[in-house]
Design a protein around this ligand. Structure first.
Ligand SMILES: [Zn+2]
Length: 246
C-alpha cells in the first residue's frame, strides 16, 4: 500500500488519541472511587442490619413490659375485689381468713411482678439507647455512602469529558486520513489493543520498543517514502520521521 508520506504522519496523532482513550477506559474500569462506593454500601447494609436487630430487641422487651403490666393489673383488681368483700362486712369468718390469705399471696405476686417489670424496664432502656446509637451509625453510613457516590460520579464525569474530547479530536484527525489506510490502522489497532501505528525512532519501533535488525532496517531504508511499512514484530505501521535513524 502506498500513501502520501505526510498523510502517514497523521497516524501518529491518531495513535496519541488512541493511547489517551485507552488510558481513560482503563481508568474507568479500575476507578478506586467505584470500589469505595461498594465498601460504603456494604457498611451501610451492616449498620442497617444492626438497626433491625436493635429494633427487634426493643420491641420484644416493650411487649414483655406490657404483658407484665397487664399481669400486675389483674393481680391488683383481684386484690381490690377481695378488699371490697372484706370491707362489706358480709363475709363469714372462714371466708375472711381465706380472703386474707389470698390477699397476702396476691401482694407477694404483685411485688414479684413489679420486680420483674423494673428489671425489664432497665433492659428496655439499654436496648433503646443501643437502637439510637445504631440509628445514628446508619445515618452516618448513609452520608458516607452518598459522599462516596458523589466522588465516583465526579470522577466518571471527568472521564466522560476527557473521552468526549479525545473522541472529537480523533474524529477530526481521522477525516484527514484516506479510508484504506485508516481501515488498515484500525485493523491493527484491534489486534494490538492499543494503537495501529508507531513512530520508528532511533531504529526502534515505539509501539513494541524493539529495535529493528539490520535486514529490517535496510528494507525500511530502501522502501519508497510513500510505501506503508510495518513492524515485523508487532505489526504496527511504522511511521518514518527525521528521528528514525535511517
Ligand atoms: Zn513494533
Amino acid at each position: 500500500m502506498k500513501v502520501d508520506h505526510f498523510e502517514q504522519q497523521k497516524l501518529l496523532d491518531l495513535a496519541a488519541e488512541d493511547v489517551a482513550l485507552t488510558q481513560l477506559a482503563h481508568r474507568r474500569r479500575t476507578l478506586p472511587e467505584v470500589a469505595a462506593v461498594e465498601a460504603a454500601e456494604e457498611s451501610e447494609r451492616e449498620r442497617s442490619a444492626d438497626v433491625v436487630r436493635a429494633e427487634t430487641e426493643a420491641k420484644d422487651l416493650t411487649r414483655e413490659v406490657r404483658r407484665l403490666e397487664s399481669d400486675v393489673d389483674t393481680v391488683r383488681q383481684r386484690a381490690a375485689r377481695d378488699q371490697q368483700r372484706l370491707d362489706s362486712g358480709s363475709a363469714t369468718p372462714k371466708e375472711m381468713t381465706g380472703l386474707q390469705h389470698e390477699m397476702e399471696s396476691l401482694a407477694r405476686r404483685q411485688a414479684d411482678l413489679e420486680d420483674q417489670e423494673l428489671e425489664l424496664m432497665e433492659r428496655l432502656e439499654t436496648a433503646e439507647s443501643a437502637l439510637a446509637s445504631a440509628q445514628q451509625a446508619v445515618q452516618e453510613a448513609r452520608e458516607a455512602r452518598e459522599r462516596a457516590e458523589q466522588r465516583r460520579d465526579d470522577a466518571l464525569a471527568d472521564i466522560a469529558d476527557g473521552t468526549a474530547r479525545h473522541e472529537t479530536a480523533r474524529a477530526a484527525i481521522a477525516e484527514g486520513i484516506s479510508a484504506p489506510l485508516l481501515s488498515l490502522y484500525d485493523r491493527i489497532r484491534a489486534q494490538t489493543g492499543s494503537t495501529g501505528a508507531a513512530m520508528l525512532q532511533a531504529r526502534a519501533c515505539q509501539g513494541c520498543r524493539i529495535e529493528l535488525n539490520g535486514r529490517e532496517l535496510a528494507a525500511v531504508r530502501n522502501a519508497d517514502p510513500h510505501e506503508v511499512v510495518r513492524c515485523e514484530n508487532c505489526g504496527r505501521i511504522l511511521v518514518r520521521t527525521a528521528e528514525s535513524g535511517l
